[in-house]
Design a protein around this ligand. Structure first.
Ligand code: BGC
Length: 504
């Protein structure tokens, strides 16, 4: 494979090919995303398995047996939600350690740590004989997610040629969606295996973890990370290898320049608070809030109930998860294809309108037609199902992948790892909030929850319109000059550093 990427617009572009080696590195690293997706997808199914509930949550199981609650409150249970959400809390904490490891030791060892955490976590959860072991395992899996989600998107953005960076980075999200889909399928089959099906389901995560562990032995370290740690010759060699062209001097010099600036920053987290870091910092954090408040994880969770009302019967939960999961995977390809063509902004704006319409239609139909314990008429239910799918499509090519891509490409090198760590932990925090609160919110707000998410979508659309600049095709170490300085709003934060530079 040898796609030569060339200059585009006024962004400096360095000569590069999409080499087979880069492609292999991308696929291996993206396995970190697959484990993340598997973890997202597996817990919903496992917590629905009676064998699992009997063993660890007997009280919940008793309640479930005798429950005749209404549509909206069926699953409202804080402890069960905590089982799911504990992973995100652990990942939140871990991403700060991961950031230090990423800067000091490199992206590659951070991925190796991730896979080791995953493997121990899988062993503990799949082999759990008591609640402590189970929760401890979830926490270790969370550490794996924190390390993996820190290193993988950064790694992908740094090894990709600038003009293909968006698409290659979204391979991470693609693997997340594939992980979710595989987990849905595994849940379906293992739910029928008594009494240990849940152990197989939880143990399945070992396969991608082993792949990531061995795969990460053969991938290269990123040139940026090598040069940042004063291994200039190795960095140059790595750059030549991944770019597949002889003349890499210009790009090499630009990385060295970025590394020089970075080396003057002793405390990157403090630097993040400086005005010049504000644009990527604020955007990086808000993107996470917005990504989760699109309601994606809520929609994914609610889908089984919606599909059941169409009358799919007992296998509705699987079918709905598989349908939405498949649409999620396929639509991510659209994102990969478009992100470096139409750009990031187009996708964010298009999908905001797109998702808003879907949420409003779903909310209106549910508010009008679904009583607390009643069911939806067939035509209305079908419309709801269709709009859930259309909604998932919009998310999958925009706020899903771009929530990871934009923070990985917009920070300057000196704050890249720290800034991305804050973004990852914000993502984990808001995922935690949704995982912990959604079922109670659904119970309390009922169909109103769709209007709640709609309002957020309006806010995020406006934010994207005015505050998120286009970063398509801009070299990763050139954002300041090409993106922030010319931006109508963010340029105000670029002044102080210029003054400092002038004084020097
Ligand atoms: C989000 C997850 C979400 C997934 C759905 C990811 O980008 O971070 O929270 O479940 O997309 O595909």
């Amino acid at each position: 494979m040898a796609v030569v990427v060339s200059s585009n617009g006024n962004a400096p572009a360095f000569e590069a090919k999409l080499t087979v080696y880069v492609f292999i590195c991308v696929v291996i690293a993206a396995f970190g995303g697959l484990i993340f997706g598997y973890d997202i997808g597996i817990s919903g199914g496992v917590t629905a398995m009676d064998d699992f509930l009997k063993e660890f949550f007997p009280a919940v199981w008793e309640r479930k047996k005798h429950a005749h609650e209404n549509n909206y409150c069926k699953y409202d249970n804080q402890f069960l939600q905590l089982f799911t959400s504990s992973l995100y809390l652990a990942a939140l904490v871990a991403s700060f350690f991961a950031s230090a490891v990423c800067s000091k030791l490199g992206r590659k060892p951070t991925m190796q740590f991730a896979s080791i955490f995953f493997l121990i976590g899988v062993g503990l959860t799949a082999g759990a004989v008591n609640l402590i072991m189970l929760i401890f395992g979830r926490i270790l899996l969370g550490f794996g997610v924190g390390f993996g989600n820190q290193a993988v998107p950064l790694f992908l953005s740094e090894i990709a040629p600038a003009q293909l960076r968006g698409g290659l980075n979204i391979v991470f999200q693609l693997m997340v969606t594939i992980g979710i889909l595989i987990a849905n399928l595994v849940n379906y089959f293992t739910a029928k295996v008594h009494p240990y099906g849940w152990r197989i389901a939880l143990g399945g995560a070992a396969i991608p973890a082993v792949f990531l562990l061995f795969g990460s032995l053969i991938i290269c370290e990123t040139p940026t990370s090598l040069i940042e740690r004063n291994k200039n010759e190795e960095g140059k060699e790595a750059l030549r290898k991944i770019r597949g062209v002889e003349d890499i001097n210009e790009e090499y010099e630009s990385i060295v320049h970025a590394c020089d600036i970075a080396s003057q920053v002793k405390d990157p987290f403090r630097k993040l608070l400086k005005p010049a870091s504000r644009p990527p910092f604020i955007i990086g954090m808000l993107l996470q809030l917005f990504q989760q408040f699109t309601g994606i994880n809520a929609i994914m969770f609610y889908a089984p109930v919606l599909f059941q009302t169409v009358g799919f019967g007992s296998e509705a939960a699987l079918l709905s998860a598989v349908i939405t999961g498949t649409i999620n995977v396929l639509s991510t390809f659209v994102g990969i294809y478009l992100v470096d063509k139409t750009g990031r902004r187009f996708l964010l704006l298009q999908s905001s309108v797109h998702m808003l319409i879907c949420q409003l239609i779903i909310g209106i139909i549910l508010a009008k037609d679904l009583g607390t314990t009643g069911t939806l008429g067939k035509p209305q239910a079908l419309v709801v199902v269709i709009f859930v799918c259309v909604y998932v499509m919009g998310f999958a090519w925009s706020w899903g992948p771009l929530g990871w891509l934009i923070p990985s490409e917009t920070f300057p090198l000196e704050t890249r790892s720290a800034g991305f760590a804050v973004a990852v932990s914000c993502n984990m925090f808001f995922t935690f909030v949704i995982a912990q609160a959604f079922l109670s919110m659904l119970c309390g707000m009922r169909s109103g929850i769709f209007f709640f998410f709609s309002a957020w979508i309006v806010v995020m659309g406006l934010f994207a319109m005015f505050f998120i600049p286009e970063t398509k095709g801009v070299a990763i170490d050139d954002m300041r000059e090409s993106v922030w300085k010319p931006h109508w709003f963010w340029k105000r934060y670029m002044l102080d550093e210029d003054d400092v530079e002038k004084r020097n």
